[in-house]
Design a protein around this ligand. Structure first.
Ligand code: GAR
Length: 211
């Protein structure tokens, strides 16, 4: 069972979905640690309630010293023998060196069908673009924000009267389904990075990837 760390900054609903999935018999990864870069992240309490070890490593005091923050983070990851990182609403950028170190072993989820609408306010971006379908993407992390080889996507329809809030809620439901599926795939070596894209080597067909 591969030890996984989930990194959060806030609510942690994706974290909870991963914890719940990993608690099921036969799930190929163990959520060994939850780390927040904010002491006030509401998700921390939920992780603790589920018996998961939590750590707070405040990033604010480091300001733009990303490497300084990452030194503490890496030490905690090493101490817990973490093999895979899942970013779940973790709102802090990494240095290229940290990303390179974890390349192929660090996942992120973003609430749009990447490569469309990376960065802030993805739902507002989607509504302003007038797309009729939106969704969520789990991808391997590369230095560029909200980009990288795609592991899994889930789609939802956009309703004519959607607001950012109603669309976000619909997409979030899909996020909670695809993030555990993506982690399962990674933990079973069911996905390989081939250049800038991923190839699935086991267990997923088109129906799994489009919800
Ligand atoms: C989620 O919608 C996630 O996709 C998004 O933040 C939210 C965190 O919610 N992440 C990004 O926008 C990354 N660019 P959660 O804390 O309830 O999982």
């Amino acid at each position: 069972m591969r030890p996984v760390a989930i990194l959060i900054s806030g609510r942690g609903s994706n974290m909870s979905a991963l914890i719940e999935a990993a608690a099921a018999d036969g799930f190929p990864a163990e959520i060994a640690l939850v780390i927040s870069n904010r002491a006030d992240a509401p998700g921390l309490a939920n992780a603790e309630a589920n018996g998961i070890k939590t750590l707070v490593i405040e990033s604010k005091p480091f300001g733009k010293d990303r490497a300084g923050f990452e030194k503490l983070l890496q030490a905690a990851l090493d101490e817990h023998k973490i093999e895979v990182i899942c970013l779940a609403g973790f709102m802090r950028l990494f240095t290229a060196e940290f990303v390179q170190h974890w390349y192929g072993r660090m996942l992120n989820i973003h609430p749009s069908l990447l490569p469309s609408f990376p960065g802030l306010d993805p739902h507002g971006q989607a509504l302003r673009a007038g797309v009729k379908i939106s969704g969520a993407t789990v991808h391997f992390v590369i230095p560029e924000t909200d980009a990288g080889p795609i592991v899994m996507q889930g789609a939802v329809p956009v309703a004519p009267d959607d607001t950012s809030e109603t669309l976000a809620a619909r997409v979030l439901g899909v996020e909670h389904q695809i993030y555990p599926q993506a982690l399962r795939l990674l933990a079973t070596d069911g996905i390989k990075i081939d250049g800038d894209v991923t190839t699935s080597t086991a267990g997923v067909d088109a129906d799994d990837s489009l919800i």
